[in-house]
Ligand binder design. Structure first.
Ligand code: ADP
Length: 422
């Protein structure tokens, strides 16, 4: 194993795996740390669900993943978080980075969520989402990790006792190795790295290929396979993205409330496709349940794909959270969507699109699939993946979309890519 990745949520794991497959690196994603050891692959991504849990638990799970990756011989470790640097006030990016650095005995790493193809760029340490600062973007309304400061040096410094500073894009483009040497000499342990386009990611890959630990969004993974190849560690494979064919109905489950997902749900409905809404307050009162929703949609499944969505605008989410509490509302919706996924698969569905990072984690856990083989991308950051269903071992396809990703037609595009007639 060349690269061992620890991802803080499921869609993030698939995103970084997709980046590696795109560079020709066969990659397997496992869901949590498997009991019987890791599969053999050039890159293994361990998907955790640690973004919003208490930081001591996130640290413990990340260290367990690190131990498994080191036991499998990983040359380099990559801690993958969201391209919008999603974190709670306590972390978990800082605490997990600290613990991984200590366990690896390293005194320097970078932090870079940039993913320019998806509009995430870092300039002078400030994260932009498209043309807006992170703090002006829809992320300020995120149900679990509202991001209200775009200055990543400040955000990360608040989460760690280690010294944080900046690797500016001009230094990255001129003499990154010298600048990193200066930062290290100044006692800087974590350098937030600017990156504005893919050439910056390639430069970062080259200058960071031999660091024991990288912390980043998925973008930095673009630059690593070529840097490994130049060092003679690895050569690209032509069929890194091939998946087995599947048959059977298709469905979309959406638990993300991001601006992008709201637009995708609106488009699906405007196109006259079948859609059923979850109502968290009705779920709470017992007036709606996974069973009542399944009774509604399963008869429709043979006619074409259905969308089940909890996706709502920020004001509605706030109203629900005020009544039920943030965590309880999130858990209620996630558990219901997970139960719906199980019901749909039991009814024969073999192609599922899931929108939302936490939502995808809940769905995949409920389906009990131990690992995902990564296929071709639907859009930057979101590939189709193949899983073997527990028991039968029958293949099914899952597309796990981070809330903010994809164009307005993402659901239809994904289903068409999976051979579904719309
Ligand atoms: P994203 O990838 O956009 O961050 P996530 O699935 O990670 O999406 O997070 C969205 C969270 O919001 C989940 O916990 C989900 O259960 C919750 N949620 C979804 N719909 C609603 C709603 N209508 N009201 C309150 N919370 C909701």
């Amino acid at each position: 194993m060349i690269l061992g990745v620890i991802a803080d949520d499921f869609t993030g794991a698939t995103d970084v795996a997709s980046m590696l497959v795109r560079a020709g690196m066969p990659t397997v994603q496992v869901l949590g740390v498997p009991e019987g050891g890791l599969p053999a692959a050039d890159a293994v991504v361990i998907a955790l669900k640690t973004r919003t849990i208490p930081s001591h638990e996130a640290v413990a799970q990340s260290l367990q993943a690190l131990a498994a990756l080191r036991a499998a011989g990983a040359r380099q470790i990559y801690f993958k978080y969201c391209s919008t640097f999603d974190s709670t006030a306590e972390g978990n990016i800082g605490p997990v980075t600290d613990a991984l650095m200590q366990a690896l005995g390293t005194d320097f790493t970078i932090a870079c969520p940039a993913f320019p193809e998806n509009g995430r760029t870092v300039f002078r340490g400030h994260l932009f989402v498209g043309d807006q600062l992170l703090s002006d973007s829809g992320m300020k309304h995120h149900p679990l990790t509202p991001m209200t400061d775009a200055n990543l040096v400040r955000v990360l410094q608040a989460q760690t006792a280690q010294k944080v500073d900046l690797l500016r894009v001009d230094a990255l483009r001129s003499d990154a190795a010298t600048r990193i040497g200066q930062l290290r000499a100044d006692g800087v342990r974590i350098a937030v790295a600017d990156a504005i386009d893919n050439s910056d990611l390639l430069a970062l890959g080259e200058v960071c290929a031999e660091l024991p630990l990288i912390t980043a969004g998925s973008g930095v993974a673009l630059g690593l396979p070529p840097a490994y190849q130049r060092r003679g560690w690895w050569a690209p494979s032509d069929n890194a993205a091939s998946l087995s064919a599947v048959q059977g109905p298709a469905a979309v489950l959406s638990g993300s409330c991001s601006q992008a997902t709201n637009a995708q749900v609106t488009r699906w409905i405007a196109d006259g496709r079948t859609a059923t809404a979850l109502d968290p307050l009705a779920l709470h009162r017992g007036e709606q349940s996974a069973e009542t929703l399944l009774a509604q949609v399963l008869p429709l499944l043979p006619q074409g794909p259905v969308l089940l969505y909890a996706t709502a605008e920020p004001e509605r989410v706030k109203a629900v959270q005020a009544e039920l509490g943030v965590e309880a509302a999130g858990a209620l919706v996630e558990n219901t969507l997970a139960a719906l996924a199980r019901g749909l698969v039991e009814a024969g569905a073999r192609r599922l699109v899931v929108a939302g990072g936490e939502t995808s984690g809940a769905v995949v856990q409920a389906l009990g699939v131990p690992q995902l083989h990564i296929g071709a991308p639907i859009c930057p950051g979101v590939p189709w993946t193949e899983a073997a269903l527990p028991g039968s071992g029958e293949p099914m396809w899952l597309a796990l979309k981070s809330g903010n990703f994809g164009g307005v037609d993402f659901f239809a595009d994904a289903l068409r890519d999976a051979g579904v007639t719309l």
